[in-house]
Design a protein around this ligand. Sequence first.
Ligand SMILES: Cc1cc2nc3c(=O)[nH]c(=O)nc-3n(C[C@H](O)[C@H](O)[C@H](O)COP(=O)(O)OP(=O)(O)OC[C@H]3O[C@@H](n4cnc5c(N)ncnc54)[C@H](O)[C@@H]3O)c2cc1C
Length: 473
Amino acid sequence: MQLNSVDQKCLDALAAALPEAALRDVAPRYLEEPRGRWHGQAGVLMAPASAREVSQVIQIANTQRVPVIPYSGGTGLVGGQVSPAGPLPILLSLERMTAVRGLYPEENVMVVEAGAILSDVHDAAAAAERLFPLSIASKGSARIGGLLATNAGGVNVLRYGNARDLCLGIEAVLPNGDLWNGLKRLRKDNTGYDLRNLLIGSEGTLGVITAATLTLVPRPASEGTALMVVDSPTAALALLALAKDHVGEGVSAFELIHGQGLAFLSEALPDLRQPFNTQPEWCVLIDLGMARGLDPASALERIFEEASEAGLVSDGVIAQSEGQRQSFWELREQIPEANRRIGSISSHDISVPLGMVPEFIEKAAGVIGALGHFRINCFGHLGDGNLHYNIFPKHGESRADYAHLSDDIKRAVHDLVHEMGGSVSAEHGIGRLKVDDLERYGDPTKLEAMRAIKAALDPAGIMNPGAVLRASV
Ligand SMILES: Cc1cc2nc3c(=O)[nH]c(=O)nc-3n(C[C@H](O)[C@H](O)[C@H](O)COP(=O)(O)OP(=O)(O)OC[C@H]3O[C@@H](n4cnc5c(N)ncnc54)[C@H](O)[C@@H]3O)c2cc1C
């Protein structure tokens, strides 16, 4: 269906229906995205203060057939939050909807508005002696609406699950402007189709999430972190199994880091202190969170000793203070920033079955090697079988020198992932970046069902057109 740009009639309707504070100029930062691939456009920025106001914006957009791009923290890595072409959309920011509507420590539940920033949600949970365990490097900017809309993962999925697993209920405005109140605090609720799960991961294409009921967990009584040098991804997987044998669910995170990532940190962020004198080829960051009476540092020592005897680790350092723990985490969390500064030719957020990770890493090096000489930074959430497999030019060259190869590289990596039964988008979503990939690798029956769902809920196609599914013209 033909969509229209925001025009004076649309602006007048928005101004008549909403308070002045909700209409904003579109500052340039709303049109950028972290990797600088796209530059967005918008006819107006709307920042409603309530779900009712969101509903009014969507009703107007639906009546006037104007596209709407929901916008939370703007940290999405697949371009879902920017609209580079087509009719000028309404950019709908959740930034004024940040309230904690309710906190129920005895139920381990928090009800929060969609614009709440993840680190603020962490702080609110901590103030109630609880933990909201979703943790990603963009936590200072990403907001609950965006995190749910992309079903974000991060470093603690291994133990606590992804955004979907941490959400009991949702309030959302559907594409016709109707407000759905699904903010249940229930762990059991089998009452028909699960709209909550449909909206989670829908990347703004089926409606606007305005609030969510989140699951909290008890805070671990103590936490410990170590960096251990392993000689291969196979050894890293064996170390993960060993760590789980020792402390079971106490393993909160298990991150694989390649020496190339450490080299990039030295190159791009030289002030960051690194714990190893000699750069290892592979190392893992292990994070333990233990219940009262259990000591993570001694557990990490036992794990290291046993792994050492088994020939799995050759060096390691266990954080001796909270400050050192944070500095280990900083190393891991600054890898995306170092990557950004170096400039990748092609980045891939992939997953394969856990046991096939070493085989993938070996085969992928082969297929990339056949295309030329590149630097490969492979790192990520090993415990989830989720790797960030990013390809960079040789030292002294730039990504622009290889722009002509970026599609071939992406295709080679994704073909391999697909052959191995993996996913070409493990945690970042489809956005605008991977629409082609979804069409190429997605199951046709699932794709048809997705198109039917979109057509049923959003027949005019106003919600984030061009994201996830190709926009119909
Ligand atoms: C340094 C860095 C590290 C990162 N690490 C990780 C990581 O470890 N794991 C991971 O999964 N991701 C990671 N990301 C990606 C990103 O942070 C996540 O995708 C995050 O969930 C996006 O949240 P946001 O609030 O910024 O959403 P935005 O970027 O604003 O939006 C993302 C998508 O959600 C839609 N959307 C936004 N708000 C709503 C809403 N209220 N209702 C409906 N749709 C909405 C948008 O239209 C868009 O399609 C990282 C990003 C950066 C920059």
